[in-house]
Design a protein around this ligand. Structure first.
Ligand SMILES: *Cc1c(COP(=O)(O)O)cnc(C)c1O
Length: 346
């Protein structure tokens, strides 16, 4: 593999940026009296700013995930990591990113907000990754390709040999968004961080961990990439409340999370079978995530009919290769039974 120069990929203005220094950056020891950050002197649970450097968080996350703290960053949802990556590596109106439709919409949205062009390299009609299509869509200004595995909205994992091909051949950063990895039963790409300096892995507390309201995401990459993101992140991007909640979840609720993810995987298999027996269902796509992409005879009609029964699913007909498709989140056993009962009554 050719040497990969991260510094050269960073936007020139970010390379030369002097990061903001918070009170806790200027003084890092222990003191008896903190009169440096204009906090309120009267004690309360949330009196102090959180640790901008996330030392405890990064240590605990790294231990759980088998990474090193220098390869690890906690973000305000994984959506923040997507934005930080684009802002760190893409010059507005000059550089571009590559997305693989149909996929998660936030990659293109953040690119547009940052005035960065989006090039599309479609997944195949079976939602497989075609590395040659990605290379064909890219040019010397392509900085990041966003892979989503398991992919939203199709639900499937992308083949690891194809991802490895791309990690070797793509001249920029390869992001693998693993928001749904805990439902997949396969190893995370974090295991390959030491092998690929251009690999970035995103995970989140929003799905399997059941903490979407907390807004906490995880970003894993080569320490040089993490340093760049650290430099541009808002100093207090993870609140003290979120920090406490995820430390507690990681130490006390890991088994619960695994158990409930297992229930969802079992329910997924049952729901696939039940959906295949519904009169107007044409195809249920295989899923490694906590949702199913389902092709029906008339998606808009079914969507509206479900709504009238108080059940809301996601209409995905507009997405590439997703004609007449609904995306349905796996519910509890009782919720799934109700869904099937209602579908069979339409
Ligand atoms: C839900 C989802 C996320 C989660 O974003 P958060 O900001 O962490 O809540 C990220 N990527 C994909 C593909 C998702 O579906």
């Amino acid at each position: 593999m050719k040497a990969f120069d991260i510094t050269n990929l960073v936007r020139p203005n970010i390379r030369s940026l002097q990061p903001y220094r918070s009170a806790r950056d200027e003084f890092r020891g222990k003191a008896s009296l903190y009169l440096d950050a204009n906090e309120n002197p009267f004690p309360s649970v949330y009196q102090r700013y959180p640790d901008a450097r996330q030392q405890r968080l990064r240590k605990e996350v790294a231990e759980l995930k088998g990474t090193s703290p220098t390869q690890t960053l906690v973000t305000h949802g994984s959506d923040e990591a997507i934005d930080l990556l684009i802002r760190a590596f893409c010059q507005p109106r000059i550089d571009n990113i590559i997305t693989l439709p149909p996929t998660y919409g936030m990659y293109a949205t953040f690119a547009s907000i940052n005035d960065v062009a989006v090039r599309e390299a479609a997944l195949t009609p079976e939602f497989a990754l075609d590395p040659r299509a990605v290379l064909k869509a890219s040019d010397s200004s392509s900085r990041i390709v966003f892979l989503c595995s398991p992919n939203n909205p199709s639900g499937n994992l992308l083949r690891s040999e194809k991802i490895r091909d791309l990690l070797r051949s793509f001249p920029g950063i390869v992001v693998i968004d693993e928001a749904y990895i805990d439902f997949a039963g396969t190893a995370s790409w974090t295991k390959s961080l030491n092998q690929f300096p251009n690999l970035v892995v995103l995970q989140t507390f929003s799905k399997a961990w059941g903490l979407a309201g907390i807004r906490a995401g995880l970003c894993f990459a080569h320490p040089e990439i993490i340093q760049v993101l650290e430099k541009i992140k808002p100093p207090y991007n993870v609140s003290y409340a979120a920090e406490k909640t995820i430390l507690h979840a990681m130490s006390r609720q890991h088994r619960r999370m695994n158990r409930l993810s297992e229930v969802i995987r079992t329910e997924r298999a049952l729901l696939v079978k039940a959906l295949q027996d519904v009169r107007f269902v044409r195809k249920v796509y295989p899923s490694d995530a906590n949702f199913l992409l389902v092709r029906v005879d008339d998606a808009e009609f079914i969507y509206e009919a479900l709504l009238r029964k108080g059940i809301v699913v996601r209409l995905r007909s507009g997405a590439l290769h997703c004609d007449n498709c609904l995306r349905i989140t796996i519910g509890t056993p009782a919720q799934n039974k109700k869904l099937i009962r209602v579908l069979n009554s339409l």
